[in-house]
Design a protein. Structure first.
Length: 534
């Protein structure tokens, strides 16, 4: 039986709605270069290539230079009227802002380890139950190897698991219903199975050994009695653990402590992510805070829909989502200010925070305020949706993007964005998406919440302390010298599949690129004989 809910975008967090004004066939930009990539976009879509003028290659995470973030006084205008006055006259008010110049076009992927159990409630008890350790019986006999690698995705309104990953953790056969939901992309749709209620539990990649063996499940958190969407054989669905779980927990992202895991012939690089109960006093505290909202407001529980005539099991007919005054809620940044030349879009409150999106997106309304011309892009991206079909979207560089915060505001300059209209859980389309390319220079803690009885969600953050490449001995000796050069040479041209691999020696760019080569040597040379703090 197919779910009767026709618009499944925020039922399963995997639909990308694109309007013709922003999503077109790939134009022929004479003389432009192309680069294949594999970046994640909201709703399970992927960016598979980027096209750009030779004179303006985009800054990407694997090629970005290491440089410290600056904190300085920046003029921040209080409202749209003052902004219009300022364009012709002088300054008004100012606040302290943490300024990040030219962030990369792509950000990190928040990879996590995922396990499933048979824990559920009785029939007709449809609410999910958060639980800060694994409960129930695991669905696989070998959890050290048979676990799923998924994404901690605040932009997904339900949990989704790709077919192969679901089989690996044991979600198959009797754990699936015969009900399906339709996942619609920009060019077509695919069907996914709805699971029976079960338990889903997650932890960061630091729970795994570098060889991919999951050795520590003590830090796993999750929920049980939750139904998820499971990809059918041959489908292109990702594995994403979404807002039905993230509302209950805090996630601490240590961007300056990346973790590399090799599993099934591929390697995965992610920040070290640790999960906490919202009331845990051990959650790291950072000095600056961005208020968030869970919208639409009024969410009360995480529940699935069932067929009242499906006696005696009453199987779910849709995955579990946040329900209350409406179906499906997601996290929104409370205010975003954007300027480009003499144009501005101020105090926009329909920007979704999406940890599952590596890039930042602006919608048509904001693009119109900034006077973007889709026929004259500054770069382009090829987007592959959940059906496997591809289309092209224009990209632009914005002069500034400011996010008000308690403490230092978060401010960016020369920001690459993709022009795309994405459906909103509140109806219509989003103003845009705040992606993880804006957080690559920050350590931060995402605090869930927003359900009835819980505090509002928020993000705390601070800039990553700049550190010199003092890699030898293991804890550093206070000097960039011959010991560091020897250590680098011992791992020369090593990658995560090599026995000579050492993540601490992958020092360039600011985010590990998976190989120790001339870039790392160049960074070492730049700071040769420079004292450092051991």
């Amino acid at each position: 039986m197919k779910s009767s809910i026709s618009n499944c975008l925020f039922i399963i967090g995997c639909i990308l709605t694109a309007l013709s004004v922003t999503l077109t066939a790939a134009p022929d930009q004479a003389g432009w270069k192309s680069r294949p990539v594999d970046w994640r976009l909201s709703g399970g879509s992927r960016i598979k290539a980027i096209h750009y003028p030779p004179s303006q290659p985009p800054a990407t995470l694997d090629r970005q230079s290491s440089s410290p973030v600056t904190i300085r006084e920046k003029t921040i205008l209080p409202d749209a009227a003052s902004r219009l006055t300022y364009l012709d006259q002088t300054t008004v008010d100012s606040v302290t802002a943490l300024v990040i110049d030219s962030p990369p076009i792509d950000g990190f992927v928040p990879w996590i380890a995922v396990l499933a159990t048979n824990k559920r409630l009785a029939e007709l008890e449809i609410d999910a139950v958060p639980y800060s350790s694994i409960t129930g019986s695991l669905l696989t006999a070998d959890p050290q190897n048979d676990y799923a690698l998924g994404i901690f995705d605040t932009g997904a309104s339900a949990h989704v698991m790709g077919h192969d990953q679901a089989v690996s953790v044991g979600i198959s056969g009797s754990y699936l219903t015969t009900n399906t939901v339709e996942i619609t992309g920009a060019t077509g749709s695919v069907d996914a199975w709805v699971s029976k209620p079960l338990g889903i539990f997650i932890d960061g990649l630091s729970a795994c050994e570098p060889n991919g063996v999951l050795t520590d499940t003590s830090g796993m958190v999750g929920e049980y009695n939750v139904a998820i969407a499971v990809g059918q054989s041959g489908s292109n669905l990702p594995t994403a653990i979404g807002s039905p779980l993230s509302v209950y927990y805090a996630a601490d992202f240590n961007i300056d402590q990346p973790v590399v895991v090799v599993k099934d012939g591929a390697y995965y690089i992610a920040p070290d992510i640790t999960f906490y109960e919202l009331s845990d006093p051990c959650i790291p505290s950072y000095p600056n805070s961005i208020p968030l909202e869970l919208r639409p407001l009024g969410g009360t529980t995480i529940s699935y829909v069932y067929d009242p005539f499906d006696y005696p099991e009453y199987n779910p007919t849709s995955p579990s989502v946040i329900v209350g005054n409406s179906l499906q809620s997601l996290f929104f940044v409370h205010s975003v200010d954007l300027t480009d030349g003499n144009y501005s879009a101020i105090d926009k409150d329909r920007f979704m925070l999406d940890t599952g999106a590596q890039i930042t997106v602006v919608g048509s309304r904001v693009a119109a305020r900034l006077a973007f011309d889709p026929a004259q892009p500054e770069f382009e991206v090829e987007i592959q949706d959940v059906t496997g079909e591809s289309t092209t979207a224009p990209g632009f560089y914005i002069d500034s993007l400011d996010i008000p915060a308690l403490g230092n505001w978060l401010s960016f300059t020369n920001i690459p964005v993709v022009l795309l209209d994405v459906a909103s859980p509140e109806g219509g389309t989003l103003d845009g998406i705040i992606g993880m390319n804006l957080f690559v220079d920050l350590n931060f803690a995402f605090h869930g919440g927003g359900l009835f009885g819980l505090d509002d969600p928020y993000i705390e953050f601070e800039p990553i302390p700049f550190s010199l490449p003092d890699i030898a001995p293991a804890q550093g000796d206070g000097q960039i010298d011959i010991l560091d050069l020897i250590a680098l040479s011992e791992s020369w041209l090593a990658d995560p599949f090599s026995p000579r691999w050492n993540l601490e020696r992958d020092i360039a760019p600011s985010w590990p690129d998976g190989i120790i080569n001339i870039r790392d040597f160049a960074v070492l040379s730049q700071y040769w004989l420079t004292p450092s703090t051991p």
